[in-house]
Design a protein around this ligand. Structure first.
Ligand SMILES: [Fe+2]
Length: 300
């Protein structure tokens, strides 16, 4: 089987596993029948890849894969949370140290002539994979620190967690926001939001390109939605992390800038932190957590 075919088949297996788990947790859903139908379609496609591989061209597989991939993501991003108190997202969580490299949703050469096949192979199979491995390692080490209550290396592993987590999540977004059929401009509500936030699509594109061109050293330019301002914004992420992971939603934040505690605690930051726990407004954190649970991405 060609690398491309086996890559797509692996993706089918992963998607089927995700759907199976999803169906298990959501037996009360009214769209269960539709999901089961989609599941059957995916199984047929995967079986065809096994059985008819010699009669299938890469183009045929590619077209079908794009169709299925689109449907998969559409279905999963459209699923609404029925019960705010359900633990569905937790049930679908990636186990600690269990992140996986998501397969490319298209052939390695599908983005030519704009991005060449060799770059895609190296970028996805080597670079992205190393972020996944590094993230798993950091998560395991931090789990060990919690179990042994030894946090001597917490700074190092938090750095690794951010660096590799940002790398993994941003690359996962990066592959999915490109398509051989891409280009043009968005429509509908996204276009309206871009016009509202930046004046026009051309102005947005200009700012995004300028910001990307001027990222110092390695990094990213990212279009983000700010639930607080209710607007889109363009941000640069130098070295892609600065100790964040980007594709995450803050729930509980503690300000440890000196201005937050220096008058009372002088240089005793530790005491400030210990005392701060007396102030945490957990119902508010819980509210943010429940809102955040409504955002659902396919786990990787
Ligand atoms: Fe990269």
């Amino acid at each position: 089987m060609s690398d491309y075919f086996s890559n797509i088949r692996k993706w089918c297996d992963e998607a089927l596993r995700a759907i199976k788990e999803f169906l298990k947790e959501t037996s009360k859903r009214n769209n269960q029948k539709e999901l089961e139908k989609f599941q059957e379609k995916l199984i047929t496609f995967r079986d065809d890849l096994n059985e008819k591989q010699n009669n299938l061209t890469e183009k045929e597989v590619y077209d079908k894969a794009v169709e299925i991939y689109d449907e998969f993501y559409k279905r999963f991003s459209n699923v609404s949370v029925e019960d705010e108190n359900s633990n569905m997202n937790i049930g679908r969580s990636v186990p600690i140290g269990g992140h996986k490299l998501p397969p490319l949703p298209y052939a390695y050469n599908a983005l030519e002539p704009y991005i060449d096949e060799e770059t895609m192979r190296l970028h996805h199979d080597k670079h992205h994979k190393s972020y996944v491995d590094g993230l798993n390692k950091a998560e395991m080490e931090l789990q060990r620190a919690r179990q042994t209550n030894n946090f001597d290396l917490v700074k190092h592993w938090e750095r690794e967690l951010a660096f590799n987590g940002a790398g993994h999540y941003l690359h996962t977004i990066f592959w999915s926001v490109m398509s051989p059929k891409g280009g043009g401009q968005p429509q509908g509500r996204l276009l309206q939001a871009i016009n509202h936030s930046f004046g026009s699509f051309d102005r947005f594109k200009k700012q995004f390109s300028e910001a990307a061109n001027k990222v110092e050293g390695g990094g990213w330019t990212i279009l983000v939605w700010s639930p607080r301002s209710g607007r889109l914004e363009i941000l640069q992420a130098e070295k892609h992390q600065n100790l964040s992971q980007w594709d995450v939603i803050p729930l509980l934040a503690l300000d440890v800038w000196e201005h937050a505690y220096y008058l009372k605690y002088k240089n005793n930051r530790k005491k400030y932190i210990d005392n701060w726990w007396n102030l945490v407004n957990w119902p508010e954190v819980d509210k943010r957590f429940n809102e955040a649970q409504k955002v659902r991405w396919v786990p990787y």
